[in-house]
Design a protein around this ligand. Structure first.
Ligand code: DQA
Length: 149
């Protein structure tokens, strides 16, 4: 639990590698999951990577993380901009929350500029491509280290 990190991905992120590659790049979600699990081992962390197109499923995983994980790295996809329910679930979670966006949402349509999740997130990474997940994992490790975990 002390070194377990949930990596949660929201809707349409199962299509990474096929979906708008000019925006999201060529890497698949499996590539990202694989790279994160190797990096996590180097950092002394474990990862549990999950993806769903369903808002309620993501909320259930956040609830599960209350007992199971020291931190959550979340890319909520389009739910970022719409979901008070995901924000509420994260507000009921005591660990570290890092929000990741592959694209630079601030350079895109104005409806992507607001994030409900950012009201809870301890840090936000956007526009670093799929490298953002690894950067978030490194940040997670340093935050957990400084918290003495
Ligand atoms: C995204 C940005 C969102 O606006 C979009 O709906 C996504 C992916 C990103 O990773 O850049 O599905 O979260």
């Amino acid at each position: 639990m002390d070194n377990m990190i949930y990596i949660l991905n929201g809707p349409n992120l199962n299509l990474l590698g096929q979906r708008e590659p000019q925006v999201y790049g060529a890497a698949t979600l499996d590539d990202i999951t694989h790279d994160c699990s190797i990096l996590a081992t180097e950092l002394g962390l474990q990862t549990c990577a999950l993806q769903s197109n369903w808002e309620g499923q993501i909320i259930d995983w956040i609830h599960e993380a209350r007992q199971a994980a020291a931190g959550i790295i979340i890319n909520p996809g389009a739910f970022t901009h719409t979901s008070v329910a995901i924000l509420d679930a994260l507000n009921a979670y005591d660990g570290i929350v890092l929000e990741v966006h592959i694209s630079n949402v601030h350079k895109r349509e104005s409806f992507r500029h607001h994030s409900y999740v950012s009201l809870r997130a301890d840090g936000v990474i956007a526009g670093f491509g799929t490298e953002g997940y690894g950067l978030a994992l490194r940040r997670m490790a340093s935050l957990l280290n400084s918290a003495g975990k």
